[in-house]
Design a protein around this ligand. Structure first.
Ligand SMILES: [Zn+2]
Ligand SMILES: [Zn+2]
Length: 154
């Protein structure tokens, strides 16, 4: 039995209550680390590496290890709480914005910014499924130079 969070007591903790419910439904334990890690990703408010999350979390919970941060971020991604962004190269970034959007990646300084644009990914997904690929979603990464780097090059 999963008691639903009471909608009448909407508060700033509502997101965490929903996350706690999602974790429980998945059979996972609701540990303080998990909630703190989710909160920190939201507070950082940008695309961050697991190492950056770990550094910020360590200020509050000194005993959290990097592997714990990694596995928690993976779990949060499965739950749709954060999103993983492959920004080119080996860099994997975690995005506090889980909704569908695209990214601009600067190939000079590595800056990653959100790009809100309507892109019709349906043909690509259809094509992928036709090859037997279980496609989940598609997003666009636009590479180039950010405004600052482009200006510096001039
Ligand atoms: Zn740049
Ligand atoms: Zn993003």
């Amino acid at each position: 039995v999963n008691p639903k969070p009471d909608a009448s007591t909407a508060s700033t903790d509502e997101g965490e209550a929903l996350l706690a419910t999602a974790l429980r439904q998945r059979g996972g334990r609701v540990t303080p680390q998990r909630l703190v890690i989710r909160r920190v990703v939201g507070e950082l408010g940008r695309h961050v590496t697991a190492e950056e999350v770990h550094a910020a979390v360590s200020e509050r919970l000194p005993n959290v290890s990097l592997p714990t941060v990694y596995s928690t971020l993976e779990l949060l991604e499965e739950l749709g709480e954060v999103r993983k962004v492959h920004a080119g190269g080996d860099a994997v970034l975690y995005d506090p914005r889980p909704d569908d959007h695209h990214h601009l990646v600067c190939k000079s300084c590595g800056r990653v910014e959100d790009l809100d644009a309507a892109v019709d990914a349906a043909p690509a997904l259809r094509r992928a499924r036709r090859t037997g690929f279980s496609a989940e979603r598609a997003s666009l990464v636009v590479t180039g130079l950010c405004r600052d780097c482009a200006r510096r090059k001039r």
